[in-house]
Design a protein around this ligand. Structure first.
Ligand SMILES: NC(=O)C1=CN([C@@H]2O[C@H](COP(=O)(O)OP(=O)(O)OC[C@H]3O[C@@H](n4cnc5c(N)ncnc54)[C@H](OP(=O)(O)O)[C@@H]3O)[C@@H](O)[C@H]2O)C=CC1
Ligand SMILES: N[C@@H](CCC(=O)N[C@@H](CSC=O)C(=O)NCC(=O)O)C(=O)O
Ligand SMILES: [Zn+2]
Ligand SMILES: [Zn+2]
Length: 383
């Protein structure tokens, strides 16, 4: 059924980041109708990923304010712009920060999920035509988009290629986590690393991303999964999701490095390690605890603008492999429906990641919980 607002602006609530390192401001915005190839979505649920906090911290070289953050959200299509064929009003969708146009060179390759169709304008906080759809009601200022999603708004406009259509019988307030954290970790284990049966795995950082790596590694049949975090309150959930051991780097004896400790625990190093924190020193540790000759280390964490990784080239000469993974290597429009089915069958746990739900108006509290290490994912509801 067509929306009563079709073709017209909608005024709704959004959380605006007017500047970095300040609380988000809940206020009214005007959301323009979708243009060619665009979709306006009523977001029903969104959660807060560490990357939202990272961008708000001012460490993200691409982030421009004022902006509407949020990239882990799901909702219902309100209206579509000219030329949109793959979704229609009423469809349930997950917003994708890694688009999938299916026609660019990257999409046609089975080696990557990094679609190039909208990435340049997305990084500038703009829609693909170079303009914006959000205006602050308080002063008429145009607001930047974020990661092609901007899910911290009751209504958002995203590109059709950034819309994964999913079955309407899946709960949006749970599967919104497929918009980032759960898919990223699961895919990093199964698609990027291709962890195999019997493997030994080390996971650094036990937020939604690291815990999802653990879940993926268990699904792949890994024999040992070592869950590593400086916050031991994350250990019980890591164990529930498949970790066979937990380890706190703070317990490494003086005079020994963390990589040495893990190499000793694993008879020479792990087959696969995953950095899920965004700390460049830890990325080095993760590489160097990988087994000589074949160990692979996957960087998932996002480091601040200007930060660099280092290791002795000898580490690579002697067979270790350094890789990265974005959105778990998952092509969202094609593969998210399958992940929803895995959730419905009980194969993919998403419920355990939701450590709390809050009304959208309490979004700043959700950020506080993340900063204090007291949450995995807090789902914000607009209803
Ligand atoms: N490449 C991609 O596609 C994606 C990348 N990311 C990135 O992945 C990272 C993880 O995201 P998310 O799971 O949401 O983050 P969280 O903040 O929820 O989880 C990170 C975990 O690492 C712990 N930690 C912090 N420092 C260390 C350390 N030195 N050693 C071991 N553990 C440590 C934190 O502890 P504490 O509880 O004390 O904070 C926390 O438990 C972020 O950098 C994020 O930006 C996220 C999604 C997609
Ligand atoms: N803007 C950042 C880039 C941050 C980054 O690496 N993002 C990840 C996703 S993080 C999700 O929570 C990613 O997928 N990167 C690939 C991409 O195309 O952006 C910066 O400039 O450092
Ligand atoms: Zn994220
Ligand atoms: Zn593409």
């Amino acid at each position: 059924m067509p929306s009563e607002h079709e073709g017209r602006p909608i005024t709704c609530r959004a959380a605006i980041a007017w500047e970095c390192n300040a609380p988000l401001s809940i206020e009214e915005v005007e959301v323009a109708p979708p243009k060619q190839g665009e979709v306006r979505v009523r977001i029903t649920a969104t959660s807060v990923c560490h990357t939202d906090a990272y961008s708000l911290s001012g460490r993200d070289g691409e982030f421009a304010t004022p902006a509407i953050l949020g990239h882990e959200g799901a909702g219902i299509v309100e209206s579509v712009g000219p030329g949109v064929t793959s979704v229609a009003p009423g469809d349930h969708v997950v917003a994708l920060y890694t688009a999938e146009c299916r026609t660019c060179r990257m999409c046609k390759s089975n080696k990557t999920n990094l679609c190039s169709s909208v990435r340049t304008t997305q990084g500038q906080g703009l829609m693909p035509d170079g303009t914006r759809r959000f205006t602050a009601k308080r002063n008429g200022e145009a607001i930047f988009h974020y990661m092609g999603c901007s899910t911290f708004s009751e209504y958002t406009v995203i590109a059709e290629v950034s819309c994964a259509k999913i079955t309407p019988d899946a709960p949006l307030d749970t599967i919104c986590l497929l918009g980032c954290g759960v898919t990223t970790g699961w895919g990093a284990a199964l698609k990027t690393a291709q962890v195999e049966k019997g493997a030994t795995v080390a996971v650094f950082g036990l937020g939604a991303v690291g815990l999802s790596v653990i879940q993926g590694a268990r699904y792949a049949g890994a024999q040992r999964i070592i869950a590593i975090d400086t916050n031991p309150s994350k250990f019980p959930l890591a164990t529930k999701l498949g970790a066979t051991e937990t380890f706190n780097p703070k317990t490494v004896p003086e005079g020994k490095t963390l990589q040495q400790a893990i190499i000793e625990m694993t008879d020479g190093g792990v087959d696969y390690s995953f950095e899920c924190v965004g700390n460049v020193q830890l990325m080095r540790t993760a590489l160097e605890c990988a087994h000589k000759g074949w160990g692979q280390s996957i960087i998932i964490g996002v480091a601040g603008a200007g930060e660099e990784i280092a290791t002795r080239p000898f580490q690579l000469v002697t067979g270790r492999v350094w890789k990265g993974s974005a959105f778990g290597g998952v092509k969202g429009r094609t593969e998210l429906p399958g992940l929803v089915e895995l959730y419905k069958k009980g194969t993919l746990d998403i419920d355990s990641f939701i450590t709390g739900t809050l009304p959208f108006a309490e979004i700043n509290h959700a950020f506080d919980l993340l900063h204090k290490g007291d949450s995995i994912r807090t789902v914000l509801s607009f209803e």
